[in-house]
Design a protein around this ligand. Sequence first.
Ligand SMILES: [Fe+2]
Length: 317
Amino acid sequence: MKIQEIYKLAINKGIEADFRGKKAIEKILKRKREKYEKLPEEEKRDFDIEALENPYLDSRILNIAKDKEIKKVLVGIDIEPAEILMAKEIGGVDLIISHHPLGKGLAHLSDVMELQCDVLNYYGVPINVAEGLMKERISEVARGMNRYNHQRTVDAAKILEFNLICLHTATDNLSAKFLKEKIEKEDSLMRLEDLINLLREIPEYQEATQIGAGPKIYVGDKERRCGKIAVTEVTGGTEGSPKIYEKMAIAGIGTIIGMHMEEEHKKEAEAANVNVVIAGHISSDSLGINLFLDELAKRGIEIIPCSGLIRVPRVKQ
Ligand SMILES: [Fe+2]
């Protein structure tokens, strides 16, 4: 496979697993194209044309040093210059894949957060409420991105001539879908303790538990019943609005599953009596990446996990 094929496969897998469904995404992209066509020429010049094809602007091709057949990939949760140097030491690495966004992928992280409105809507929060609360949070995240040195790792890849891509929401969607399907099979009388045990059946969380980073109850206690479980904080860029929990409770959500959670969000969830189970950040990231990496493994590509990635293959390699 070539870099473009690997990248397109990831985006397509992300679309297949998306809460919004394929048709809704096609509509979003069509709307973007129509808006683009109406832009004056000078604005078109600065427009990120990838937005017309790719609904996940935090998932990008960042550097193509040599467009060759990819046989060996180095994959990590966070790729920094250290990992680029590591690839050089290992030798024969055709492509480096970072999960967390880098370069223009990082600069566009807030763009994917609109997805959260649809996830909330899927679980019963009215779309107007979700959009109203998320609008403020999305602009806050967008401003926050300015502090980063976006191109640091991309520059390292350029200097050392490595192919580099990042796949963020595209694979977080796979993780969210996997969890959603696992949980939907369970009945709503289960208690938080049962939910933790259910998550621990997943090898990535089992391994994370061994190092003390397994699933944890942030709000509620193990005896409490889950009620309606919502996988609202696994995909969609980063944490949403802290004001959303009260609305979730009104929408009938009893427990949410997330990857990580700030104190401010935790306090709001507590006040709204919404239970919170934090599955774990790097382990949840790993789950989604693994589901994608299996597609590469099936095609004979060798995978070297690094930078926190807990590699669990679900296909024969
Ligand atoms: Fe992450």
